[in-house]
Design a protein around this ligand. Structure first.
Ligand code: SF4
Ligand code: SF4
Length: 650
């Protein structure tokens, strides 16, 4: 490797030319800064979320937060975890090529800048030669990715936006990349050196182009500068800004579990005299900032169960419309379309899919909260809230939480005997006929395995999950406090439940009300009992059973292994585990009327039956009710995993 190898910066440029360049660069950066500041002011109008020091709210995280930032930026941004996990044949490889190619050229430019403007002159010898070869090669990634993206954008229709600005920005980036190579070729042609072969792309281009001369080199240099400075000016205005905003969105994203909604303190209501979000400024600063990170990729819309059955709810649209409301100061609910807001099942598929970690469910539920507080909810959804308030049962039945226990020897907490697990039955588990079968199966299995447990019976109240997700925050809080006081009375340390919605609320949301309890989904406890040998796993005929992961277990609480450990050879449908598809019952949708052709359960049952299985195993009473109504014929069996285990352990 030639130790003399290097290249001269500002080759053939006079001092006045350099000064003109610096002036243009400063003007463009100042314009960019002005645009960025305008966005920052919009985000700052939001609710502060940072730690409070000396009475002042600091938005930017403290030192301790930096480790947390890294824990998110590394997997989600640098390793592109979410991008890689979707669209494996088109969107993912294309985006990865652009991301890593762009990142490489950014690093190359930064290193060059340090060498040029700092006292450290390292751009020479072996380092220089490796630099040239490496970044010449990586730049091709960006080039191919951009061509792919451009062709795709011109050919594909929704959900990718058909915005002329998108095509324009791709053309601009393509022009910058191509001209970068052209500039290198012109430099080599104008000032050839023996080590130019290391800049292999520019060197290859320089050969057929012949000797360009200094003028051609300088013209392409100025053209490159003009394109790059134009890019700086438009970054903050267009969705290309996600290349920077995604880092901030990921770094500052909430640490709270996916299934936990924000608890509204009563003091906040007294202070603001409102509940939930009326104007965009009522969202947190991070929520507002995350809107600007949206790359409009449409991944959220692709997985939305409501959108997929022809409803108007489109999570990408929600984000765009909220961004519009942030910019104009318009009221949120009308801007987002109230009809769409009530179509959400809070399944979190959009949240799971979003590469920049936007929390659509927070956005939707906060808007619902305000509508409900202003009396804007009517029909069956409003009825559920009234029923929950008057009977402590979302189905509105009262006094029958112990009916399922008749003729069974079910221990009750009020009997005064010590127990290890509280078996939380839930509203559906106690009263819906299909779910009662699951409840009885769980009770029988716990008894058979010798687990010490007790039920609350009539002392159990709805967890408040449907109320919270429908936007009636303070009804949820009332139920949570009521239940927590019962837990305290019986010194409950562990809870097992067959309902993933109860599981989620008890596990992730009751901590805000003083509960400190280990919470298990019944499949998790049953898995432990099977692995200890206290129970046997079910062994159906191979290929006869398919598993439907409930959203609030497989995705929201990341538990996909326990259900699979209970049945040998169970099949996975298209979309399983964290990528499962919703039955349509969450977020209060269970109680809302919808035309049969707009039921997400119809789409889901088709995916499940496409495996050829005639038995569908599940772990959620809501899924059982919805899928049972959608099944095409009576031959199809819907069994909770506990029922399958009950059959296997007869
Ligand atoms: S919200 Fe997320 S998933 Fe949806 S379009 Fe924007 S970046 Fe893509
Ligand atoms: S939570 Fe589910 S239903 Fe609601 S917008 Fe997201 S994907 Fe659609």
């Amino acid at each position: 490797m030639n130790p003399q190898a290097t290249r001269e910066e500002y080759l053939y440029f006079s001092l006045p030319e350099k000064l003109i360049f610096y002036m243009l660069a400063l003007m463009s950066l100042a314009y960019m800064g002005h645009q960025v500041w305008a966005r920052v002011k919009l985000w700052q109008s939001g609710r502060p979320t940072g730690p409070v020091r000396e009475g002042k709210q600091y938005w930017m995280p403290t030192k301790e937060g930096i480790a947390k930032w890294w824990g998110k930026v590394l997997p989600f941004i640098l390793l592109q975890k979410k991008v890689r996990s979707s669209r494996p044949k088109s969107g993912a490889p294309m985006h990865l090529m652009m991301f890593y190619g762009f990142g490489a050229l950014f690093i190359a430019t930064t290193l060059l800048g340090i060498n040029t403007y700092s006292p450290y002159k390292f751009h020479k010898g072996a380092y220089y030669l490796l630099y040239e070869t490496t970044f010449d090669s990586l730049g091709l990634l960006l080039l191919f990715g951009l061509v792919w993206a451009l062709v795709r954008r011109l050919k594909t229709k929704e959900p990718i936006a058909q915005d002329k600005a998108d095509v324009g920005i791709l053309v601009l980036l393509l022009a910058i990349t191509c001209n970068g190579y052209f500039l290198e070729a012109a430099r080599i042609a104008a000032d050839p050196k023996p080590w130019d072969t290391w800049s292999w792309v520019g060197f290859a281009l320089a050969q057929p182009l012949g000797h360009f001369g200094v003028l051609a080199y300088k013209l392409s240099w100025w053209f490159h500068v003009a394109l790059v400075l134009a890019f700086f000016c438009i970054i903050p205005k267009l969705r290309i800004r996600h290349i920077l905003m995604a880092i901030f969105s990921a770094a500052g994203s909430p640490d709270t579990p996916m299934g936990k909604l924000r608890t509204i303190p009563m003091e906040e209501v007294e202070q603001t005299e409102q509940i939930g979000v009326k104007l965009a400024k009522d969202y947190s600063r991070w929520h507002l900032m995350s809107l600007d990170a949206c790359m409009e990729c449409g991944r959220c819309t692709e997985v939305c169960p409501a959108w997929n059955v022809g409803k108007i709810l489109n999570p990408k649209r929600i984000v765009q419309d909220l961004k519009g409301a942030m910019e104009t100061g318009a009221e949120v609910a009308p801007s987002l379309n109230p009809e769409a807001l009530w179509q959400c099942t809070t399944c979190n598929a959009c949240v799971e899919a979003c590469p920049v970690l936007i929390r659509h469910v927070d956005i939707i539920v906060d808007a619902r909260r305000n509508i409900v507080s202003e009396g804007g909810l009517s029909g069956s959804a409003a009825l559920v809230l009234r029923q929950t308030a008057s009977t402590s049962n979302a189905w509105g039945t009262s006094g029958n939480r112990e009916d399922w226990m008749k003729d069974l020897d079910i221990p009750l907490a009020r009997d005064g005997k010590e127990f290890e697990y509280l078996f939380w039955v839930g509203c559906a588990g106690a009263t819906d006929p299909g779910s009662v079968k699951t409840t009885k199966a769980v009770a029988e299995l716990l008894k058979k395995a010798g687990v010490s447990y007790a039920c609350l019976g009539s002392e159990e109240a709805c967890t408040g999950d449907p109320a919270r997700r429908l936007g009636e925050e303070f009804l949820f809080q009332e139920k949570a406090m009521e239940n927590v006081s019962v837990f305290e009375r019986y010194k409950v340390k562990k809870i097992v439940t067959a309902c993933p919605h109860c599981f989620n609320s008890l596990k992730n949301e009751y901590g805000d009300f003083g509960a400190s309890i280990e919470v298990f989904h019944h499949t998790q406890l049953l898995q432990q009992l099977v692995s200890k040998g206290s129970l046997m796993a079910a062994k159906p005929e191979r290929g006869s059973v398919v598993l439907h992961d409930p959203c609030y277990l497989g995705r929201v609480n990341d538990e996909a292994d326990a259900p699979r450990a209970l049945v040998d050879g169970i099949l996975d449908p298209e979309f399983s585990g964290a990528k499962t598809r919703c039955c349509g019952a969450g977020g209060g949708r269970m109680w809302m009327e919808e035309p049969p052709n707009e039921r997400p359960a119809n789409a889901r049952i088709d995916q499940l039956l496409a495996t050829g299985a005639k038995t569908i195993a599940l772990g959620c009473p809501f899924c059982k009710i919805m899928l049972d109504a959608a099944k095409p014929d009576e031959e199809i069996r819907l069994l909770d995993l506990a029922e399958m285990l009950q059959e296997a352990n007869k």
